[in-house]
Design a protein. Structure first.
Length: 286
């Protein structure tokens, strides 16, 4: 990384480069190296430990799909738990659902929240101040393993399984999430780009197996996350939630009066159709 160029090297031998027009913040936090900068094409960009996390230009795709798919599939979610998501984008989308009465967000790094409030305000749009929201600064795995409260939807907005985010891909984390879910509740998590991170989906699928009767993935193309469609893990004991038809989703979508830029009921249904290379890999570990 130079003073004017940011090179992401998540994958050996391959990366992407961003021009840094203005660096707004760059410093190590208690847990990781954080940088926020301006880029002409993508707007404000945030990276942790050398990996791009979010950009103003395309964050809506990621946040809408990881939020509205499980909440509308559930149909009556009142309590939502977010693990990670310090930029506030996930929180912004969750509180659009007026039927949601309580949101707990657990973020390990307080500095990420504070710097994103300051430098990425378009992500949260005031969501941190919503009276339904409780912010907990804690390790996500430790929180779910010790939590006595239950939630209808759990969203793991984790970083890649490197550094602080690694624990959020372990079996104990999934066990804790299952303990925190109400009957018929839904767990979702970002699970990387399967074309580039081929082993992650298989590992997640296997590690979810002891705790959830229905496991699957859904996908969306987010330009910043290079390498094709991004996958989101889905887990629940209610298999019917994954198969809600477009007519019922349309009713729920209309009732929620959501303002979205990517999500719609047809996208929701279609996102569960997986590319064959991922279907084949999952079949080997089923």
């Amino acid at each position: 990384m130079s003073d004017t160029q940011y090179l992401e090297t998540l994958y050996p031998g391959y990366g992407q480069q961003f021009a840094m027009d203005t660096v707004l913040f760059r410093a190590p936090t208690e847990h990781q190296e954080l940088i926020i900068f301006d880029n002409e094409r993508f707007g404000r960009v945030m990276a942790l430990d050398g990996i791009i996390q979010t950009t103003e230009a395309d964050e809506f795709i990621y946040h809408e799909m990881l939020t509205h798919v499980p909440i509308l599939a559930h149909g009556s979610a009142k309590r939502v738990l977010i693990i990670g998501g310090g930029d506030g984008g996930m929180l912004r989308e969750v509180i659009k659902h007026q039927a949601v009465e309580r949101v707990v967000q657990v973020e390990i790094d307080h500095t990420v929240i504070e710097m994103c409030k300051q430098h990425l305000p378009n992500h949260s749009q005031g969501a941190f101040d919503d009276p339904r929201v409780e912010i907990v600064i804690d390790d996500g795995k430790a929180f779910v393993l010790g939590c006595q409260e239950q939630f209808d939807v759990i969203i793991s907005d984790c970083t890649d399984p490197i550094g602080p985010g690694e624990a959020l891909f372990e079996s104990d984390f999934y066990k804790g999430c299952k303990q925190c879910l109400t009957e018929g509740g839904i767990f979702v998590a970002q699970n990387g780009v399967p074309f580039m991170q081929q082993g992650e989906a298989e590992t997640t699928y296997q590690r979810l197996a002891p705790y959830f009767a229905d496991r699957h993935f859904y996908v969306a193309a987010v330009p910043t996350y290079i390498g094709g469609a991004m996958s989101f893990a889905w887990a629940s004991d209610n298999a019917a939630a994954r198969q809600v038809d477009v007519a019922l989703l349309s009713q729920r979508f209309a009732a929620a009066k959501l303002d979205t830029r990517y999500y719609n009921p047809a996208i929701h249904v279609g996102s569960f159709a997986l590319p064959q290379y991922l279907v084949d890999r999952l079949a080997k570990v089923s």
